[in-house]
Design a protein around this ligand. Sequence first.
Ligand code: DOR
Ligand code: ZN
Ligand code: ZN
Length: 429
Amino acid sequence: MTVIIKNAGVLSNEGSLERKHIAIEGGRITAIESELEVLGEAAEIIDAAGKLLIPGLIDMHVHLREPGFEHKETVETGSRSAAKGGFTTIACMPNTRPVTDSPEVVNFVKDKAREAGLVKVLPYAAITKGELGRELTDFTALKEAGAIGFTDDGVGVQSAQMMKDAMKIAAGLDMPVIAHCEDNSLVEGCAVAEGSFADKHGLKGIPNESEAIHVGRDILLAEATGVHYHVCHVSTEQSVRLIRQAKQIGIKVTAEVCPHHLLLSEEDIPGLDANWKMNPPLRSRRDVEACIEGLLDGTLDIIVTDHAPHSAEEKAKGMLLAPFGIVGFETAFPLLYTAFVATGKWDLALLVQRMTADPARIFRLDAGSLAVGATADLTLIDLDTEKEVDPATFASKGKNTPFTGWKLKGWPVMTWVDGKTVWTEQDAL
Ligand code: DOR
Ligand code: ZN
Ligand code: ZN
């Protein structure tokens, strides 16, 4: 059964937009043509005139909360939220309950993802049992079960020896170590970053070194062990500098950055509203500029959301007591498109690359390309219609976002995984 997407705007190798007709069959792209006639018959034809067709977005850092925190999100609601946001592959963090530290939990998450039947869900497994930092998990068994990398995201691995042992084993298995970089001794009792907001409200602030100390330590350990070391949610100028230098001397380090760390600084926090509380926190304008520069020069390889849903009740506990985290799937692309591409600061091709081809390359995924023969994971985007961010419309259970009311363009309207439609925005086509 052939599906044709006609009149779509497709990015050429040179970065310009060309009108193309795309045929999909058996879950793959079978043709990309300028003339519709040559494609022949189709069971279904979608007219994508005026819209942008890109490879499905890839998000290598998300929290789906299942098992254990189903009141925040489930694999199914998270998958639907991802599909609505234009994502076709997502990699989920192991800070569930129980923690994803055994093959059973890896298999549980994979089963839930299969039942949902929406996007591709790649599970990470924990570095330490229970993410407690005391004892390593069984990396070999977890890899066999289908874990794609090891991370204790949510907390930093405090012991350098533990991290070094983890990296040695992961390197032997040709698996990446993904690190939430945070030195606990520097952040106790903190909810926001050091800076004007913390000062104004008499709060103790999270210093930049709490992140960068781990980045520096782990780069040295990656050099010693030869592992592929990936830094989570980079948010400081110092981390960007350390990663840039490490790359220059050939250490196998890659890194990610979140939309909120590219768009917001601590000066933007309007008040003691926990929808502005995430870890790492919003830092200074200088840090934001360094992250943008790092993303543009390739020091930061990819964009991830760190989609971290929490319930309204949990977030209502106030800035100090509420959990860290904001949702990200359904606003990521429109936020970055509106702020950086529509304003002429970035090329559209760069934004798309950092959310598709680059994550596919660094994590060796069969995804992220729009070419004949490639998997038909695709996202159609309306670049023109302006809409306000309204958490009530989110498919995610989490409504915790600081971006409510922002007027954005670049909304995903249709998403395909393996050639199958997994999301269609009503009335958009
Ligand atoms: O903001 C965050 N939320 N940062 C983390 O490290 C954990 C995450 C979560 O699990 O909610
Ligand atoms: Zn984290
Ligand atoms: Zn996270």
